[in-house]
Design a protein around this ligand. Structure first.
Ligand SMILES: Cc1cc2nc3c(=O)[nH]c(=O)nc-3n(C[C@H](O)[C@H](O)[C@H](O)COP(=O)(O)OP(=O)(O)OC[C@H]3O[C@@H](n4cnc5c(N)ncnc54)[C@H](O)[C@@H]3O)c2cc1C
Length: 398
């Protein structure tokens, strides 16, 4: 078999890139190991309204809820609520959303090889993707796009993984007491070390999940919904015992291209550093990848593809990634006591006003900059010794 572009992975990033390239007239094959796009899906499904508007994606039947509030529980469990007038985010049905993008790609002319797993990739002038499944064999391609998620075989075979830093996540669907327009965020090292837990309503169930930089996420999740003083009271019953677990790569932990290969989505580490959200960022960069690939293939220049993709991603998100990764490292080092101090500051009118003014669901750089330049007193509240500890952590960021 031969194709202009072989895309490994039929998740959102792979489907979007595939659809754009097929529409431009290229022969596109999407290799997906599962029997349908979006199944299984392990995701809270929270996406920014602004980001989807920017991507030109109109909300469809896959929207399960609309959010305009965040309720943050610091380790002290004294909640802080931030509310906006307008809807900030959608809660989506990931399986349905992924299928919607897959259908769009297929309609544009992309060929889907479902139930086919990529088991090897040889990258070169004429790359070869080896698959096992209903179409077992080899596909020759002018360009390979790795859209195969955090454990990407394409990234591994092309030698593009710089560090193996992941957030380990787990989630379960429950019947719980929750407000339909609020996402709840829970911080505390004892149950979500290095990250946070969440509760959000999604249609007639709630999703309770957490991420952590250490420990077993499934065990942590069990103790979160059974023992956490707030969550354990809200969860009425567990609807399924179908706990899902997944990895989120650290933003910027991979190179995202090499001669003959582009990475998109989680495979590329294109996730928001602070929240791990990868749908908007993955789709945005997948769009850039498709545009760069189309221009490079038309000019028969691999170099052009790489240059354009690199430039587009760095121009749009480079600074955002840099600031976000630094802020995230500080956050990971913070003790519960310091999280209480920092989040407690959200009760002050000036801090709250600034956060509400600067917060953008999909781009966190503006808020990080505003907090560090306009409110240096916030860090001073932690005391010199602790600030020094965090600064040392920052210096270690490569
Ligand atoms: C618990 C959890 C909650 C999350 N919540 C949010 C959230 O609220 N908002 C948000 O924006 N993001 C969230 N994320 C992140 C989000 O799920 C990912 O960023 C997103 O799925 C990335 O899309 P993708 O297309 O890059 O990869 P994926 O969705 O992982 O798709 C990759 C596809 O590749 C296929 N594949 C993998 N290997 C192979 C192979 N060898 N051969 C063939 N096919 C292969 C897989 O089957 C899969 O279909 C969450 C993640 C987790 C784990």
């Amino acid at each position: 078999m031969r194709a202009d572009v072989v895309i490994v992975g039929g998740g959102p990033a792979g489907c979007l890139a595939g659809g754009i390239l097929a529409k431009r007239g290229f022969d596109v094959v999407v290799v997906e190991e599962h029997g349908e796009a979006g199944n299984p899906a392990c995701c809270a499904g929270i996406v920014g309204v602004g980001g989807f508007k920017e991507l030109g994606i109109k909300p469809g039947s896959w929207v399960l809820g609309k959010l305009r509030r965040a309720v943050i529980y610091p380790p002290s469990n004294e909640p802080v609520e931030l509310t906006r007038e307008k809807i900030e985010a959608f809660v989506i049905n990931r399986a349905e959303f992924d299928r919607f993008l897959a259908r769009e790609a297929a309609r544009a002319g992309a060929t889907f090889l479902l139930k086919n797993r990529c088991v090897d990739v040889k990258i070169g002038r004429d790359s070869v993707v080896k698959i096992r499944g209903t179409h077992a064999g080899e596909i020759n391609a002018r360009l390979v796009i790795g859209a195969d998620g955090p454990s990407s075989i394409v990234a591994r075979k092309a030698g593009l993984i710089k560090s193996e830093r992941y957030l380990k996540c787990a989630q379960i669907e429950v019947i719980a007491e929750a407000r339909a327009d609020a996402a709840e965020v829970y911080l505390g090292r004892s149950f979500a070390p290095g990250f946070f837990g969440w509760l959000v309503q999604a249609g007639d169930v709630c999703r309770v999940g957490l991420g952590a930089t250490e420990g077993n996420p499934i065990q942590l999740l069990h103790s979160f919904f059974k023992k956490h003083p707030v969550i354990s009271k809200k969860v009425e019953k567990v609807r399924t015992f179908d706990i899902c677990a997944g990895l989120i790569p650290e933003a910027f932990s991979r190179k995202f291209h090499a001669n003959g290969v582009l990475l998109v989505g989680d495979a590329a580490g294109h996730v928001k550093p602070l929240t791990g959200g990868g749908i908007y960022l993955g789709l945005s960069c997948a769009k850039f990848a498709a545009e760069a690939a189309a221009r490079g293939l038309e000019a028969e220049s691999n170099g052009k593809t790489l240059r354009i993709y690199d430039q587009m991603v760095r121009e749009r998100f480079g600074r955002e990634f840099e600031l976000g990764v630094r802020a995230r490292r500080i956050f990971e080092l913070m003790s519960d006591e310091d999280l209480n101090t920092i989040l407690g500051a959200l009760r002050k009118d000036n801090v709250r006003k600034l956060v509400l003014e600067k917060f953008d669901f999909d781009h966190h750089g503006g808020l990080i900059r505003a907090l560090t330049t306009e409110l240096p007193g916030l860090l001073r509240e932690l005391g010199v010794k602790r600030v020094m500890k965090y600064m040392r952590g920052l210096i270690k960021v490569k």
